[in-house]
Design a protein. Structure first.
Lengths: 435, 358
């Protein structure tokens, strides 16, 4: 993905948590890497370079998404590696980790290699496959971790299905510790969630829908914290959605346990009230929460308990949402909408932009031990120029994913990735894919 | 609330509130388009006291029709009513069917067992297919909450009557319960406002209770929800946005001073979900007996939406006793459904006239 051509991005405000920068800097890309970061004007006379005017924009590290569903192989009508990787770069992501709940599941090197080949052909975001924790994600037999790691998997997860068997989880943690790779855990005790399709609350009682109590998530987080403590293995908690879950992780971190976690943007900006008309676009797993939990998530973002914001991009075809609420598929598109939602938070003063950038790049990279998400000189030139004031409509035509299951379709959003570089190669220019 | 102090934090925690508010405004038209020009009866929630009396007054006039020798009026002649029952039902289906026929409408019944639903057709396709045949009203019964509303959002010509959706609402049942109470209390020179009404049993799964609660709150009545915490969780007090709703786990305390006791069916099919240890334990604590009523609510009347489990939620002597209005409820079901069908089908017609006139 490297490019011989040199590029100077000038005039913007460079925000990078990993190098602790938030100010006016120009950036030089050479040979696919970040060659220099200088005060404005220093790179002015550099000859034979392509120049990108970033005046009024933020220059940030390419975003790293720890949680994406690409649906290929098996459900290509919902999403393919190519459409997902393209939606990713349009949303300012340069590296996305693809969950293994494909059909077949990513529990063999063949599937991993298949995904990587598709990603290479797409030539958009880097795609980093996540292997399954158990064969076919059924929770019965360990997946071949070493084989998967050699093929290119960066973590393991049975996402969508929790690992109910604590004994299997223990051995998985022990094995993956040898490989130095994390287990990304979808935390849910199915005996407690019991088919619940929205947050258990007065609202679920009113609507007559089965509630999913937050404690179904909390007890599994608690279990995996203790297993991580016991095995010293690396646990990453996917899409934490409860205040109590954040508190458990906070304490585990204080205890020195090897644990990280992510929060999904929809759990920050939407609340359970959104489902009040049985609109299946707001059906998520874990379900949207009440304000007390949302406050807890923000507290976790504030004090560093939360390491990453991950989209949980979950494409679903129209038909699977056009059914009774309890029967609808779960999830929402996230790759193209998370950036504007978070930028808006920064602009409203909810979060500093350096912290936001950390949560989108260095934080997730740190969680999975990835060499991305930084603008340090010498690193891969995964760079995003972000215009925080650009207003645009997320129309159906703008949706790069094959599926359109987002409540934000047709809405005006603020903030867009105008230029995106992956390994020094420009893949998005002026907010559009470079063909 | 969370323990950190917003002042010191780099992230202000008024964020979520702001966002939710902002997004709800932005998302007000999300997903579903309401192209409907017709009226539906999807639930009692949101109906005013006036709306409720409108249905009850109409039902009152239809009670007389059912007592005639020739039980038929031409009111809805030429109208078509389709009953789409995705869930088995005996009394509700029979009641709607008889109501439609007494109004001279053409009625047909589509039950899930005999239709394309079994062949994998979606709810939406089923109701749209039926709508293509231009029925005036679709009466929908479904096992999932929100199903009738969902269907109504995609129909443009037919009115939808919710004949029960999951654990959510069963509006015609609430109306027939009110009609029954109105008849009883008017004989005592009382109205149906200012009553104390208690619902005993599995409120959690009861669409009958939910519809009734909304109705009684609209009428300004005091509502008590009585049952074990697994079936009547404390949170129920906050569900309806009214301080007139109280939760009570002790049957005797809950019954004290009630004017109306509604016994809810104990759903035997839910036994595997650990809501009660066993039915024996349940009935020992929560079966409504004549002894208790005599002692605690001597002038009360008793309703039950049926079908009853005698000896589980209601003692036989209560079901058959002097305070039971249960048979009267069934009788009123027809009149109430005639009223609902009449008011909705008539509305369809007036809209049509309006369109043509423009």
């Amino acid at each position: 993905m490297s490019s011989k051509k040199s590029t100077v991005i000038h005039g913007g405000i460079l925000v990078d948590a990993s190098s602790d920068r938030d100010g006016e800097f120009d950036l030089l890309i050479e040979n696919g890497r970040i060659a220099a970061i200088e005060k404005p004007g220093v790179l002015k006379d550099k000859a034979d370079v392509e120049r990108v005017d970033a005046a009024g924009s933020w220059v940030i590290p390419g975003r790293v998404d720890l949680h994406v569903h690409l649906r290929e192989p098996g459900e290509e009508w919902k999403e393919t590696v190519q459409t997902g990787a393209e939606a990713a770069v349009l949303g300012g992501y340069t590296a996305i980790c693809s969950m293994p709940n494909t059909k077949p599941a990513n529990d063999s090197a063949e599937v991993t290699r298949f995904i990587l080949e598709k990603a290479k052909a797409a030539g958009a975001a880097r795609v980093l496959p996540i292997g399954a924790i158990s064969m076919e994600r059924k929770g019965k037999q360990l997946a071949p971790y070493s084989e998967l790691a050699k093929a290119g998997c960066v973590a393991f997860s049975d996402d969508g299905d929790p690992v109910a068997d604590a004994g299997l989880m223990r051995r998985a943690l022990e094995w993956c510790l040898m490989l130095g790779l994390p287990l990304a855990c979808h935390e849910e005790d199915r005996n407690l969630s019991c088919g619940g399709c929205m947050n258990e609350s007065p609202l679920s009682l009113k609507m007559g829908l089965k509630g999913f109590p937050g404690v179904a998530e909390d007890v599994m987080i608690a279990r995996d914290i203790e297993l991580a403590r016991f095995t010293r293995g690396k646990v990453h908690i996917c899409h934490v959605s409860t205040a109590r879950g954040v508190e458990l992780i906070r304490r585990a971190k204080n205890d020195g346990i090897n644990i990280t976690c992510e929060v999904a943007p929809h759990h920050l900006v939407l609340d359970e009230g959104c489902v009040h008309e049985y609109d299946t676009h707001f059906k998520m797993m874990p379900p949207l929460k009440g304000h007390e939990d949302i406050e807890g998530l923000f507290a976790g973002l504030a004090d560093g308990t939360v390491d990453a914001i991950a989209s949980d991009h979950a494409p679903h075809d129209r038909d699977s949402k056009l059914v009774e609420f309890s029967r609808a598929t779960v999830g929402i598109l996230g790759l193209q909408t998370s950036l504007p939602l978070l930028v808006e938070m920064c602009l409203k003063g909810t979060m500093s932009r350096k912290r936001m950038v950390d949560l989108l790049s260095a934080g997730p990279a740190r969680s999975f031990g990835l060499p991305y998400g930084t603008l340090k000189v010498g690193s891969e030139a995964d760079v995003v120029v972000l215009d925080p004031t650009r207003r645009w409509v997320f129309s159906e035509q703008e949706v790069r994913s094959k599926s359109k299951n987002s409540p934000f379709v047709g809405k005006e959003l603020t903030g867009q990735a105008t230029h995106v570089f992956v390994g020094g190669k420009r893949v998005v220019s002026g907010g559009e894919l470079v063909r | 609330m969370s323990s950190h102090s917003p002042g010191k934090s780099p992230i202000k925690t008024d964020g979520p509130r702001f966002f939710v508010r902002y997004l709800l405004v932005k998302l007000s038209s999300v997903g579903l388009t309401d192209r409907s020009m017709v009226d539906h009866l999807l639930g009692i929630e949101g109906l005013s006291k006036t709306d409720i009396y409108r249905y009850l007054d109409a039902a009152h006039s239809f009670v007389e029709v059912s007592e005639r020798d020739i039980k038929k009026v031409p009111t809805l002649r030429g109208k078509t009513i389709v009953h789409v029952f995705f869930e088995p039902s005996t009394r509700t289906l029979a009641s709607f069917d008889i109501a439609g026929k007494r109004l001279s409408a053409d009625t047909i019944n589509v039950s899930a067992g005999s239709s394309s639903v079994k062949k994998g057709e979606t709810l939406l396709d089923t109701v749209r297919t039926l709508e293509s045949m231009n029925p005036d009203v679709l009466v929908i019964r479904h096992s999932e909450s929100g199903a009738a509303r969902f269907a109504s959002q995609y129909l443009s010509r037919s009115s939808v009557v919710n004949a029960g959706d999951g654990s959510h609402e069963h509006p015609t049942q609430a109306l027939l319960d009110l009609l029954t109470l109105r008849q009883h209390f008017s004989a005592l020179k009382r109205g149906i406002e200012g009553l104390k009404i208690g619902f005993v049993g599995d409120v959690r799964h009861s669409r009958v209770a939910r519809s009734n609660i909304w109705a009684h709150l609209a009428l300004g009545n005091e509502v008590r929800l009585i049952g074990p915490s697994t079936l009547v969780p404390r949170e129920f007090a906050a569900v309806f946005g009214s301080s007139s709703v109280k939760v009570e786990h002790d049957l005797a305390t809950g019954l004290r001073g009630l004017d109306v006791v509604v016994c809810l069916r104990m759903q035997l099919e839910r036994q595997d979900e650990h809501f009660v240890p066993n039915l024996d334990e349940y009935s020992k604590e929560y079966c409504v007996s004549e002894r208790l009523l005599k002692q605690l609510a001597p002038s009360s009347v008793v309703l039950h939406p049926g079908p009853m489990n005698r000896g589980t939620e209601i003692a036989g002597e209560v079901a058959d006793g002097h305070r039971s209005l249960i048979r009267r409820q069934v009788n009123n079901g027809v009149a109430v459904r005639m009223a609902v069908l009449y008011l909705l089908a008539r509305t369809v017609e007036s809209h049509e006239v309006g369109v043509k006139g423009e």
